[in-house]
Design a protein around this ligand. Structure first.
Ligand code: BG6
Length: 490
């Protein structure tokens, strides 16, 4: 197991301390890190929220959340008695100018500690909270601010947030979270690509036919429907998670793991994305919305029934054909798809290699399948390489595709930490490598904005798909047209 080094003593203030993210992700992640001994005894978690709660009430909520959000057997009552000592609650309304004394009071006298302000709030509060922190003299040299997604809803709003927060914190103090970058398997992509010399010579046009990136979920939109209906899958998943996966797959080797070295390479990919606008919007994008259906034999309602309105044209599914205009990837399309209420939850990156240039097995013509490297992000994380092998036996020469299959769980045999555990520790250590730099976020928005404008101008239809399927037929047609097909989950 990788070595766990304790982080310096900190004060972590969570704005939105009673919210869903704090309860479902942040506090369970901190609990795990604390239990593994990474958090010093005098570090503190200060939850700030508008609710009128005493510390005891708040601790009651946290205990309940840990009990229900930690996996079976992970809640340890004895450790809870230790962890709860690190938690405080302050009532504070970030928009009320005279309400900062509670937060200021909680932090006073602790200027020597690393200070992290985690904004698990609506993005419209990012600017005001940053200004409140600055105006109340709470930003020290070792302060950092963490911004949760969505970072705006287009280039303009993202630019404004970045500018407002940038007036109060330096770029190196701003940590823009994309939790996909905290996933072990996403980091493994770096290990696979740059810790092995095997793949690099083949990681390009000439050897690779195309790349597929799928992030499929079986869940629907659930109780976020009102928020989601203003956002849709393109903004919710593609602008951030999918583009980050694409960048890590497509970028050149950085000169080191230094945060700016990695981010400099990612931004080059974003800048090389061919804009999808004009006619390309119609030909290279598919939008879908789930209708009623069944997931694992359970009947589920459609999006419009959940929303109680059939008027919404919000997409819950997107498929894109993306081209990267540079030497490495010229004419190697990247097909992206993501959606809710698909057949099951699975995310993977598939590198489809080219066919053999000449087959010496003419009678096997149709059996020779091109090699395929699948990087499974979730569930059942691992890497799989499809190769052709001869079927054992004395007669004939029968070929069959077989998999060289590496399951990370079997190999390493440990619990996979949640992405937030890793990301929170990186913030506390002051390492922004796994966070998005301002230029990355803004570049991604510019590219996404042109698709959204194209959809608006062309009034591109949102295709309906049955819940429990792999999305609308148009998504299959997108590849079929190029003589390709989505790979079934591996
Ligand atoms: C979030 C999106 O960023 O990622 C959600 O807002 C989505 O809509 C979630 O469900 C998926 O994350 P994961 O880690 O479950 O793949």
């Amino acid at each position: 197991m990788a070595k766990l080094l304790p982080v310096d003593t900190f004060d972590l203030t969570i704005f939105g301390g009673t919210g869903d993210l704090a309860m479902r992700k942040l506090l369970p992640a901190l609990y795990h890190r604390d239990r593994d001994g990474q958090i010093t005894a005098d570090s503190r978690i200060i939850a700030a929220g508008r609710s009128e709660l005493g510390r005891k009430d708040y601790l009651g909520l946290v205990e309940q959340a840990l009990r229900s959000n930690l996996a079976n057997g992970e809640f340890d009552a004895a450790h809870w008695q230790i962890f709860r000592n690190r938690i405080e609650y302050v009532q504070s309304d970030a928009l009320a100018h005279d309400e900062w004394h509670a937060v200021a009071g909680a932090l006073s006298g602790r200027e020597h500690c690393v200070r992290v302000f985690y904004l698990a709030t609506a993005p419209s509060l990012f600017g005001p909270i940053a200004q409140g922190l600055r105006n109340n003299g709470l930003v020290t040299e070792t302060s950092r601010i963490v911004l949760e997604k969505p970072l705006g809803r287009d280039f303009e709003t993202a630019f404004q947030i970045n500018t407002d927060v940038g007036e109060c914190f330096t770029e190196n103090q701003i940590y823009r979270i994309d939790h996909y970058l905290g996933k072990e398997t996403v980091q493994n992509l770096l290990a696979l690509r740059f810790g092995n010399s095997l793949f690099e010579p083949l990681w390009r046009r000439g050897a690779i036919d195309h790349v597929q990136i799928t992030v499929a979920e079986d869940l629907g939109v659930g109780n976020r429907i009102e928020f989601y209906d203003r956002i849709g899958a393109l903004r919710d998943m593609v602008q951030n998670h999918m583009l980050q996966l694409l960048c890590l797959t497509a970028m050149e080797a950085p000169s080191s793991l230094h945060h700016d070295a990695v981010r400099d390479e990612k931004i080059k990919v974003l800048r090389a994305l061919r804009p999808i606008d004009g006619e390309l919007v119609r030909s290279n994008t598919v939008r879908g919305q789930y209708a009623a259906g069944a997931i694992q034999d359970k009947t589920v309602a459609g999006y419009s029934e959940e929303l109680e309105s059939s008027a919404s044209a919000t997409e819950t599914f997107v498929a894109l054909k993306v081209e990267i205009d540079n030497w490495r990837w010229s004419n190697v399309p990247f097909y992206l798809r993501t959606g809710k209420r698909l057949k099951n939850k699975h995310s993977e990156i598939v590198i489809q290699f080219q066919d053999v240039p000449h087959s010496i097995f003419p009678e096997q013509k149709y059996n020779v399948v091109p090699n395929r490297l699948t990087i499974r992000l979730q569930p059942d994380e691992g890497v799989k390489l499809l190769v052709m092998a001869k079927e054992p036996g004395p007669g004939g020469f029968d070929l069959r595709p077989v998999s060289l299959d590496l399951s990370f769980e079997e190999t390493f045999g440990i619990r996979y930490p949640d992405a937030y555990e890793r990301l929170l520790m990186e913030v506390l250590r002051g390492n922004p490598a796994l966070f998005m730099r301002r230029d990355e976020v803004e570049s991604a928005w510019r590219w996404i904005d042109s698709i959204i404008d194209g959809w608006d101008e062309s009034r591109q239809k949102v295709e309906s798909y049955v819940s429990g399927s792999w999305g609308p037929t148009a998504a299959s047609v997108l590849l079929d047209r190029d003589g390709r097909a989505w790979h079934p989950e591996s």
